[in-house]
Design a protein around this ligand. Structure first.
Ligand SMILES: Cc1cc2nc3c(=O)[nH]c(=O)nc-3n(C[C@H](O)[C@H](O)[C@H](O)COP(=O)(O)O)c2cc1C
Length: 354
């Protein structure tokens, strides 16, 4: 019977325990989309997690949506991330980069480069984005051409190569929350008539091909992915998310990927994400959403997953695993400091006193 503090191997990733830090955008990168000194501190402090999944990282300038999110598309960013991965490894941790291309969830005001907003189809989201000029509606995207999709896939593979060069243990492909991969998979945002649209096999093809390309570049055992079937975030709608994701998981089964990270949360179409993954996935699974220590331990004991992930609990509890070991109380976080540029409410939460 597996417990929170037992080691586990998922693909090529060796975790010292089964408590994963879930990805969280915290918007502390510099003007060049590079992680800063406080980002090094923040991840180092959380290296007690069995695995850290970073905040969403854009694989290209085009993939950036929110203000001050970091990238992995040039040498300066690789060098800056190297400081983070070295710090985490020196503290005994493991860390993968979450590759996040926002597709249509973007506004030019948050980007340095003059790059178009692209998506599977020219369908705007009913969503607003925070910019320094206030909240602005996201832009109407341009539909990607069939040939151009290969370039987007190559950008992801290139970012994965840079992630390894920067010292990451692997990458996680962000395939939920209404961003580009989710926009391809959902019938509401994908109105394409070429081989990347239509039925579930067509709509999931982009994700399957991207994970194949990344696996070919860095190895499948270092490649994970994150899904949340039925997640309506960012104005996403799919007529049958359970079926779409079943087809996706069948398409990924034979690749030998490191893990499937699934957010199991209530959704309008009432998808049972846990049951779906249990039925369709044959690899390692990380389960997320709204867990506490005891519920997470129970899920592991039941064999429902190989690891569990926590996001918000890590914000004010850098040594979360140690607190779980001691059954210590958890500190609350400052919700006003989730996104911003400073150390306050980010890298200034103390560990437990001895
Ligand atoms: C501030 C914040 C930022 C987040 N950013 C991301 C992100 O960049 N990528 C992602 O996949 N999920 C992101 N999430 C979702 C979390 O990874 C997680 O799924 C969610 O918070 C539920 O887990 P929890 O109950 O342990 O907090 C974010 C959540 C929070 C609170």
């Amino acid at each position: 019977m597996a417990g929170l503090f037992d080691p586990v191997r998922m693909g090529d990733l060796d975790l010292a325990n089964r408590v994963v830090m879930a990805p969280m955008t915290r918007s502390r990168a510099d003007e060049e989309d590079r992680p800063t000194d406080i980002v090094v501190d923040y991840y180092r402090q959380r290296a007690g997690a069995g695995l850290i999944v970073t905040e969403g990282v854009q694989p290209s300038a085009e993939g950036k949506g929110y203000a001050r999110t970091p990238g992995l598309y040039n040498d300066g960013q690789v060098a800056a991330w190297r400081r983070v991965t070295d710090a985490v490894h020196a503290a005994g941790g493991r860390i993968v980069a979450q590759l996040m291309h926002v597709g249509r969830i973007a506004h030019a005001a948050n980007r340095q480069a003059d790059v178009p907003v692209v998506a599977p189809s020219a369908v705007a989201a009913k969503a607003k984005m925070w910019t320094e000029a206030g909240e602005l509606p996201t832009e109407i995207p341009r539909a990607l051409g069939t040939e151009e999709i290969q370039r987007v896939i190559a950008d992801y593979a290139d970012a994965a190569r840079r992630a390894i060069e920067a010292g990451f243990d692997g990458i996680e492909l962000h395939c939920t929350s209404g961003y580009l991969p989710a926009q391809f998979m959902a019938s509401g945002t994908n109105q394409r008539t070429d081989g990347y649209g239509g039925d579930a096999a067509g709509r999931t093809r982009f994700v399957v091909e991207t994970l194949q390309a990344i696996s070919k570049t860095i190895g499948a055992g270092r490649t994970g992915f994150r899904i949340c079937p039925g997640n309506p975030f960012n104005d996403l709608f799919d007529e049958d998310p359970a079926e779409t994701h079943a087809v996706l998981l069948r398409g990924l089964r034979d690749l030998g990927l490191a893990y499937c990270h699934v957010i199991a949360m209530p959704t309008p179409q009432k998808v049972d994400q846990r049951a779906l993954v249990a039925a369709e996935w044959n690899g390692s699974t990380i389960l997320n959403n709204d867990l506490d220590r005891d519920r997470a331990a129970q899920l592991l004991a039941e064999g429902a997953c190989d690891a569990v992930s926590f996001a918000r609990a890590f914000i004010a509890n850098p040594d979360l695993v140690e607190r779980f070991r001691r059954d210590a109380a958890l500190a609350p976080f400052n919700p006003k400091a989730l996104y911003g540029i400073g150390a306050e409410g980010y890298s200034d939460y103390p560990p437990l006193a001895d």
